[in-house]
Design a protein around this ligand. Structure first.
Ligand SMILES: Cc1cc2nc3c(=O)[nH]c(=O)nc-3n(C[C@H](O)[C@H](O)[C@H](O)COP(=O)(O)OP(=O)(O)OC[C@H]3O[C@@H](n4cnc5c(N)ncnc54)[C@H](O)[C@@H]3O)c2cc1C
Length: 390
């Protein structure tokens, strides 16, 4: 979308663009553009390049490393990263645990964890969901029993994204099973993944990639100083964090790059009125989403935490991502049909290039987007109750 940028903003955009051009390693860009699985080193490598420049956490308070950019500058930065095809910044530390610590953490917790998150020294993951406790998260059973100066944690988390890379996990645990209101017995704990008693087992997704895991806790001793906020107040922390999580699921800048790519790949399909109709619908929805996102960013600038209405960004953003993968598969015609697991060998004799070979696995992979961070059905329930008052 063309905004009327001021001269200073245009200069800022040019600076960001040229810095990205010189500092984004070519092989990372190529991996992102061809949808290859990114290793821990790929993810942290880019994180650290940005941290060194001072740009890894623009929205943090300046005293902890934030850039102090205006909402427009932050928007420009996101846009430019999207165009440049930078690897994603893993949100668990930067955009989930950090806002929680800034809001609810003690000074000691902030000093201990925030600089390490900033510099990419600790890789975090999120331990919310359990078997049987996804949408109905408040039913979670992982138990944390207080014994002197530590908790003993026993139970299981599931779908834990990138737990196999993680140094730390932030977890919702049940500290008081006797509370009549289930939410009241839940606490928020930070757990070192190297603690004895933790086992991580992979769950392979339908594209063949290893992103998610089961995490088992077997009498895991966690120091009581790793409790965030008060015992039994974990639900308040959890909800605050989910607002930030859902803000980040729109992926607008990436969708804009994908949309441009679909157009470039479509060729004669652009003359097909049904294809053109679908493409135009996605484009209009993406423009509408972008404007909505800017409204929310403006509210954040005014110091308001993201509220229930960010569910809208999650629903629309993920529907658009899925629609774009469908259009891409269509552009590849019959070549898209042969399935090749992500990062598997190329089947050169049937004329595959790396991009074409990645389209169907990507289509399969992005099915997850309407499930994680709270399924889209649940987001609709939230909008109905909290925003529309139904
Ligand atoms: C790829 C991926 C990565 C994930 N990463 C993480 C992670 O890192 N950490 C983490 O803690 N969790 C993670 N999750 C878990 C995710 O948050 C849950 O899968 C999600 O909340 C849905 O819960 P569930 O799987 O238990 O499904 P269920 O809650 O059993 O839902 C099954 C179906 O029923 C629908 N449904 C359920 N309740 C209602 C209702 N009240 N009204 C209408 N429809 C309803 C749902 O929309 C869904 O379609 C991840 C999930 C995926 C797929």
């Amino acid at each position: 979308m063309d905004l009327n940028y001021s001269t200073e903003e245009l200069t800022f955009r040019d600076d960001v663009r040229s810095w990205l051009r010189s500092n984004l390693p070519a092989e990372l860009k190529q991996k992102v553009e061809s949808y290859q699985e990114l290793s821990k080193d790929d993810l942290l490598g880019w994180h650290r390049i940005l941290a060194k420049k001072g740009w890894v956490a623009p929205d943090w308070p300046v005293e902890w490393g934030g850039t102090g950019w205006s909402v427009t500058e932050r928007y420009i930065f996101e846009e430019e990263c999207g165009y440049a095809a930078t690897p994603p910044l893993v949100a668990f530390g930067l955009r989930m645990c950090a806002p929680v610590l800034l809001r609810f953490g003690t000074e000691a917790q902030k000093k201990r964890f925030l600089p390490r998150i900033y510099n990419g020294e600790d890789f975090w993951c999120q331990g919310y969901s359990e078997p049987g406790s996804g949408s109905d998260l408040a039913s979670l059973k992982t138990r944390a029993a207080r014994q002197g100066d530590h908790y003993v944690v026993t139970g299981q988390k599931i779908w834990t994204t990138l737990a196999h890379h993680a140094d730390w996990i932030f977890c919702l645990v049940r500290t008081d099973p006797t509370q009549a209101k289930r939410q009241d017995g839940i606490s928020f704990l930070l757990i070192d993944m190297k603690t004895p008693g933790i086992t991580v087992r992979p769950i392979i997704l339908m594209d063949g990639g290893h992103e998610t895991n089961e995490v088992f806790f077997d009498d895991v001793k966690v120091p009581a100083e790793n409790l965030v906020h008060e015992e039994g107040k974990g639900w308040t922390v959890a909800k605050y964090l989910l607002g930030y999580e859902r803000m980040g699921t729109g992926n607008i800048a990436v969708s804009k790059r994908e949309l441009a790519r679909v157009k470039a790949m479509a060729g004669p399909l652009l003359d097909d009125p049904r294809f053109r109709d679908k493409l135009t619908r996605v484009e209009v929805e993406l423009m509408a989403l972008e404007i909505t996102n800017m409204r929310f960013l403006d509210q954040l600038r005014g110091g308001r935490a993201p509220g229930a209405e960010v569910s809208l960004l999650k629903i629309k953003g993920t529907e658009i991502q899925q629609a774009l993968t469908e259009l891409m598969v269509q552009t590849a015609g019959p070549f898209a049909q042969a399935f090749r697991p992500v990062n598997g060998p190329l089947n050169d004799h049937v004329g595959f290039d790396r991009l074409t070979a990645s389209l169907l696995p990507r289509y399969c992979n992005v099915r997850k987007a309407t499930i994680y961070a709270g399924s889209n059905e649940i987001q609709r329930n939230i909008i109905a109750k909290a925003t529309l008052g139904l």
